[in-house]
Design a protein around this ligand. Structure first.
Ligand SMILES: Cc1cc2nc3c(=O)[nH]c(=O)nc-3n(C[C@H](O)[C@H](O)[C@H](O)COP(=O)(O)OP(=O)(O)OC[C@H]3O[C@@H](n4cnc5c(N)ncnc54)[C@H](O)[C@@H]3O)c2cc1C
Length: 299
């Protein structure tokens, strides 16, 4: 691998692995470049870049028994348009529908979203709610880790530098499953119509034949150092029929999991205050979707 500001396009995972073995410690991977190039003028200038956007193995989508495996190079446009993703993982399709613009979605990847490790990463919150398991190639070999062991802090990964995230394993949706994604952005900035989430909720639920909740994932984005499961909300839901009163109680409990900070996008108090409404909306939509897949009564 050349030094300094070299830029190399890689076509296979073997090529990427070989390039990383001899690479300087500060070599950067680039996929869509929609995070890297925006924040990166001084940071990228002196780094070698390895472009993994065209690596074949990172572009694969595989549906096996009960599991969807998405290559890290899958774009948000593909999350929006690929029939197998729409069917087996509608939560990622819901994220893609609110993600940036068509131009950004065409190149922005799941892998880049996760490796960027922003607390506000929309796909990260969704993968968290899906209990995603991540494949990565590290300098010490291949690893498979849950998403919360990969994204460990703002901008911090649980794998060493020069690791490549290769794929995400998520459960394929089954009858009785429903999911929804909602986010709030700051519309006070007309010059930033594609603003990043100031708070988000990824909800995934499962109903049994009697209409009781057997699984609940309520993941909050942009209100903690990483996406965070609202465990008290999830516990309140499981085992019960999701009445409006139960959803309201679960939504009120969500703030217990949040530890928001004030920043350029919103004040901490505001973030905390909007959470119950966001969680209510997400849960209502997720249960509605779940009922539609069981054929049970809606509303
Ligand atoms: C206008 C605009 C709007 C946006 N809107 C949203 C939004 O609505 N929601 C949201 O969540 N984000 C948004 N983003 C942020 C960005 O688009 C996403 O985080 C995107 O998914 C990043 O993917 P990428 O392929 O472009 O990553 P890149 O910029 O190529 O890379 C990002 C980081 O990941 C690393 N990386 C990339 N691929 C791999 C890999 N396979 N293995 C290991 N490391 C890797 C890079 O080295 C870099 O550190 C927006 C950005 C812009 C510019």
């Amino acid at each position: 691998m050349a030094d300094g500001n070299a830029y190399r396009v890689l076509r296979t995972l073997a090529e990427a692995e070989a390039a990383l073995v001899g690479a300087a410690g500060d070599t950067l991977l680039i996929a869509g470049g929609t995070d890297l190039m925006v924040r990166a003028h001084p940071a990228v200038r002196d780094h070698a870049l390895l472009d993994v956007a065209q690596v074949d193995e990172l572009r694969r989508i595989t549906l096996t028994a009960g599991e969807l495996i998405l290559g890290a190079g899958i774009t948000y446009t593909e999350c929006l348009t690929e029939p197998v993703i729409r069917r087996a993982c509608p939560l990622l399709t819901a994220v893609a529908a609110r993600f940036a613009s068509p131009q950004i979605r065409n190149v922005a990847t799941l892998g880049g979203n996760v490796a960027n490790a922003s607390p506000a990463g929309d796909g990260v919150a969704a993968l968290w709610a899906l209990d995603a398991v991540v494949d990565a190639l590290t300098p010490a070999g291949a690893v498979r880790l849950p998403i919360d062991a990969i994204v460990v802090g703002p901008g911090r990964l649980g794998v060493p530098p020069r690791s490549i995230l290769t794929a995400f394993h998520v459960p394929a949706a089954e009858p009785g499953d429903g999911s929804a994604f909602y986010k709030l952005v700051n519309r006070a900035w007309p010059e930033h119509p594609m603003a990043i989430s100031l708070a988000s909720v990824a909800a995934r639920v499962r109903l049994d034949a009697e209409g009781r909740v057997t699984l609940a994932r309520v993941v909050l984005g942009a209100v903690a150092p990483t996406p965070v499961r609202a465990a008290p909300s999830e516990a309140a839901l499981v085992g019960h029929a999701p009445t409006a009163a139960l959803i309201a109680r679960a939504a009120a409990l969500a703030t217990r999991a949040a530890s928001p900070v004030s920043d350029v996008r919103a004040a901490a108090d505001y973030r905390r205050d909007v959470l119950p409404a966001l969680v209510t909306t997400a849960l209502e939509a997720a249960f509605e979707a779940a009922r539609s897949t069981t054929g049970g009564p809606s509303g």
